[in-house]
Design a protein around this ligand. Sequence first.
Ligand code: ATP
Ligand code: MG
Length: 327
Amino acid sequence: MSHDYAIEVEGLTKHFGDLVAVDHIDLNARTGTVLGVLGPNGAGKTTMVRMLATLSQPTAGTGRVGGYDIIRNAPEVRSLIGLTGQFAGIDELLTGEENLRFIGRLLGMPTPAAKARARELLGQFNLSDAADKAAKAYSGGMRRRLDLAASLVGRPRILFLDEPTTGLDPRARGELWELVRGLVADGTTVLLTTQYLEEADQLAHEIAVIDHGKVIATGTPTQLKAKIGGQSLRIQPEDHGQLDALRDLVAERFPDLEPVVSAGAVTIGVNDDGIMPTLAADLRNRGIALTDFHLGLSSLDEVFLTLTGHRTEADDDADDEAEEAAK
Ligand SMILES: Nc1ncnc2c1ncn2[C@@H]1O[C@H](COP(=O)(O)OP(=O)(O)OP(=O)(O)O)[C@@H](O)[C@H]1O
Ligand SMILES: [Mg+2]
């Protein structure tokens, strides 16, 4: 592909009645790289992917995939892409091999070629032993692999993966990451949506964080982590009355970063953990007793807290419930 960018999106917008699900999104994915689109439930990830895959019409804006316009050149776009949807698109009653063969036939392959491609993919995805089992007997991890294999039958140069590892255990997730890395090594461009910062960090060359249909931050994983702090520190005082004093103290120690008070704790992104002993001593000196002092890898939720000052919606609900319960 002569194009520098396999995917270019400008002002892409989708309304559902009054709801603006995707709101003037601008994005680019360089050919042969992984663009991670990171966002919580309802952020607009699937809606965006469906428009780029020509399954739904934008309300406004444009997109080009492999140099082709997603509205005017939809058939050309379709011939270039593979799509693994958030919800498995395989036929439960067919075997693994039949599923892949069926797609090959739909793509116009002669039967022997479709069969050979199915066998090849089943081998590549470690599903040869299950080739003749009905897909309904597959585990969640096997289904995901079959689903990914299904999107690769036509050897797409551009692949959309919509939350490919949601619901998988860590091992199955790691295996899927390896498969994606292999595809990218062969030159495939991947747009991957995820709710996991770690997944975007592992796979993506560039990340776009989206919330309420808008891009709220972009950058390489390193840039993004530097912005939000690669790790996150959560400090919970025993006495809620000391939250403000605690926040002020943390703000003094990390002058470049903004601590956030939420759910009875102070959270802050941290780039330099060398300061921990000093901070712990400060807290002791000021007589602030703690129930939690936890340094961990930033989760999507902490990314959000840092970028937007609010939690992801699911956690807002959890907070509300916790507050209700406390009354
Ligand atoms: N066909 C539809 N009709 C009406 N509203 C829709 C439709 N599809 C999506 N929405 C709404 O658009 C918003 C974005 O949904 P979308 O499925 O794109 O989010 P998402 O980022 O993929 O979330 P998740 O992580 O839960 O898959 C949500 O508020 C959703 O309820
Ligand atoms: Mg979705």
